[in-house]
Design a protein around this ligand. Structure first.
Ligand code: NAD
Length: 497
């Protein structure tokens, strides 16, 4: 009998977990325990209780996975034609859709996010495989005109063994946006999911095997950053690292990657502005700002965590925002709620301390501003959706990524002032603009320091649109056809005829 989504949700609510979750590393096409025998728990942030255990890896498991990935690079994988690679990725996409309910419930339990958001992430993962499936046999080089006596052309060769180090806020999304283009480019992969959210990466191992991926092409080692992440970065047989996570860890990864001159892409944090000009469509801008900061309880690298609003509309806009924000219902992600928990007690304490310090400085807290729990069970790690008003550009809450449901409001007097405020943090990941004047929107977009700018719809775009940051937000571009470039090395061949 097929298990329906309703069955899975009911099972999770009754028992705290779902049956059949993977619990070992995925190495060389099979489940393997840690060489050390170590285990670790994964916790449901909506209850604060452990609901599954997985292998706690060490450098020994990393070495097994890297060896498997290295061997697979010269195995059957390298002789599969690009068109067949595309068919395999298309099968993976269909299988992700077939297993979508289990993946979404596992993701919701592991990360705490609302089921609807987890379903969106799983659908996005299927879409990423579909997108790159179509690119496998179209990723072509070019010929270079040197005149009649030469033939010169470029080849895109797979970069080799690609490491994917993934954070806890978007486990399946972040993994797949690196994994799918890496496979399309012909690479092999060793993934290290975040310690807090290991499950969907392991489930993808099984799904890709079912799609026909040869053993060793995709491997997953679960464990902590110190025990698994650091040895993976330092491994001499890794050719490329995609690191998505915090700035301090990113700096550490960059320093360690330098020892082996390993290429890397860093996708780090953000403190992204949403500029709302006085001529904006009010309703669209309110909904846009709400989604930009409260989706996934604000735990999004590209969250619109700063509202930069024109002084002329500040009072009315914030009044409407407070009204909308105060109506948001918190609760466990598997119930019908507007916002789920934050990912850990440590994260909750960090958010609360930012808001307490802001209060201490005399900052006006328009709504929220307290830790909370699931109103049905009294459990879990929740923080009320919060708005801090009229912050100065150098305020600690403006300059730092809080990574929670805390919106920081800044007031601008002119468009130029709004641009200066928007560019006034160390981060440069995304930015949003709400205005009905598209000419000024595009003029402002050109002056914003950000990897992507959204006009009149925050988070507009999908796997097709390149994504990445500048300055402290990192470098390198994920998604789009740009991602294929980062998983290939370009060779130029030139012959004297
Ligand atoms: P983190 O830096 O603590 O951890 C990220 C990953 O790195 C985890 O898998 C962790 O186990 C691993 N890690 C930890 N120490 C390591 C080490 N020394 N060597 C190698 N790997 C190590 O970040 P986090 O708290 O898990 O995630 C939140 C951060 O991620 C936020 O700052 C957020 O903005 C950022 N983020 C960025 C993007 C983006 O695309 N730019 C996307 C999602 C999250």
């Amino acid at each position: 009998m097929n298990t329906t989504l309703a069955d899975l949700v009911e099972q999770a609510r009754r028992t705290g977990t779902i049956a059949g979750l993977p619990s070992q590393h995925w190495i060389n096409g099979r489940h393997l325990p840690s060489v050390s025998g170590g285990r670790m728990e994964t916790v449901d942030p909506g209850t604060g209780k452990a609901f599954a255990t997985v292998a706690a890896g060490t450098a020994l498991d990393v070495d097994l996975a890297v060896k498997a990935a290295r061997a697979a690079l010269s195995g059957p994988w390298c002789s599969i034609l690009p068109a067949e690679r595309g068919r395999l990725l298309a099968r993976a996409s269909a299988l992700i859709r077939a297993h979508a309910d289990r993946l979404a419930v596992a993701e919701a339990l592991d990360s705490g996010k609302r089921l609807g958001e987890a379903q969106g992430d799983v659908n996005g993962a299927a879409r990423a495989f579909e997108y790159y499936a179509g690119a496998c046999d179209k990723f072509q080089g070019s010929s270079i005109p040197l005149g009649p006596d030469y033939l010169s052309y470029t080849r895109h060769e797979p970069i080799g063994v690609a490491a994917q180090i993934v954070p806890w806020n978007y486990p399946i999304s972040t993994l797949v946006r690196g994994l799918a283009p890496a496979l399309a480019a012909g690479c092999t992969i060793v993934a290290k999911p975040a310690d807090q959210t290991p499950l969907t990466a392991l489930m993808l191992g099984e799904i890709l095997a079912e799609a026909g991926l040869p053993s060793g092409v995709f491997n997953v080692v679960t464990g902590t950053g110190t025990e698994v992440g650091a040895p993976l970065v330092a491994h001499p047989d890794i050719d490329h690292i995609t690191f998505t996570g915090s700035v301090p860890t990113g700096i550490n990864v960059m320093q360690n990657a330098a020892q082996n001159v390993t290429r890397l892409a860093l996708e780090l944090g953000g403190k992204s502005p949403v500029i709302v000009l006085s001529d904006a469509d009010f309703d669209a801008a309110i909904e846009g700002v709400i989604g930009a900061i409260y989706e996934n309880a604000g735990q999004i690298c590209s969250a619109g965590s700063r509202l930069i609003v024109d002084r002329k509309i500040h009072a009315e806009f914030t009044r409407r925002l407070v009204e909308r924000t105060s109506a948001l219902r918190l609760g466990h992600g598997l119930r019908t709620v507007d916002m789920g928990p934050v990912s850990s007690r440590a994260q909750l304490e960090r958010i609360a301390s930012f808001v307490e310090r802001a209060r201490g400085r005399g900052v006006k807290v328009l709504c929220g501003g307290h830790s909370s729990s699931d109103p049905e069970t009294g459990l879990g790690w929740f923080y009320e959706p919060t708005i801090l008003d009229d912050l100065s550009p150098d305020d600690e809450a403006v300059q730092n990524e809080i990574f929670g449901p805390v919106l920081c409001v800044q007031i601008a007097d002119t468009s130029e002032h709004a641009i200066a405020l928007a560019n006034g943090t160390p981060y440069a990941l995304v930015a949003g603009i709400y205005t009905q004047n598209l000419s000024s929107a595009h003029r402002i977009a050109a002056k914003l320091d950000a990897g992507q700018v959204y006009i009149n719809e925050f988070f507009a775009g999908g796997i097709e649109t390149p994504f990445g940051g500048n300055r402290a937000s990192g470098f390198g571009r994920a998604k789009g056809l740009e991602a294929l470039q980062s998983f290939s090395k370009l060779k130029c061949v030139t012959a004297r005829l």
